[in-house]
Design a protein around this ligand. Sequence first.
Ligand code: ADP
Length: 309
Amino acid sequence: MSVVVFGSINLDLVVEVPHLPIKGETVIGNRFFTATGGKAANQAVAVAKLGIPVYSVGRVGNDSFGQVLLENLKFAGVDTSGVTIDPNTHSGVASIVVDNRGDNAIACAAGANSQIREQELSEFQRLLPQAKVVLFELGIPLPTVMEALKIAKDSDCTIILDPAPVQSRLPDELYQMVDIITPNEIEASQLVGFTVDGITTARQAASFLHQMGVKIVIITLGSKGAFFSSEEESFWAKPINVKVLDTVAAGDAFNGAFAVALAEGKSLREAMLWGNVAGALTVTKQGAQPSLPDRESFFQLLAEQEESD
Ligand code: ADP
């Protein structure tokens, strides 16, 4: 009942500044910190924190950042035997400046993530027989994702794709190989070509994505919860009322918990509740991976929700 997560692993280098620099300006910052990230790494940590076996497939650079990223995944409980080390390229990084109003400017260099190809595909093939659920995202080369999907679709596992970072035109073939797609409102809007901003438009977007060939569409709606649609049924999973501090990684928490629920044999309806619970807990805390819920707080809120239903 394990989960395999295939995709990007990154380190954020964050400088807090009084104001964002303009062209040519040097601004003296107040604080610097690094934060481990990458959508796939976040989702792997989200799964690990809920206590089920999870394998990461990806690539880091042969640099100190790569070591930090690997150690961090291992510390969280993620199996990193499927993460390769690139001898020629740096680890994926995002250089971020944030001002005291929370506005930011970000420059990313995908580095090792952009070199994910045959080697990782063979790691993926090795790990696949153990997987009940596979999570994909798009922070790595699309042709590699397509190849991995082809490999995964002949197995018994459930294939989930978080289509982020979003690309407006994805190959038709991709939609047909995915069991479940999980865009947020912005990603859904880009994929379908009209604004998705609530349940009515989510329903229309889901119908578009079904026509493209995806069996199950889940559109996460931020503070409005999430919308589920399959060929058999559609429903709104209402949000859980919490005090919001920072919404970073809410979608990763949702995907991670949703995947864990399916790996544990829960129904799709239950899995939606699991996703909503994990997303809600994440927005009550600061940061990406540090805000992902642990087992104890997750199952406590889940039990409260199940009682109140
Ligand atoms: P992303 O982080 O990918 O943009 P969303 O913002 O849609 O994704 O959030 C993912 C999920 O996290 C939502 O479907 C919901 O379950 C939960 N969530 C996000 N924001 C809130 C909020 N303000 N209150 C309660 N739950 C939230």
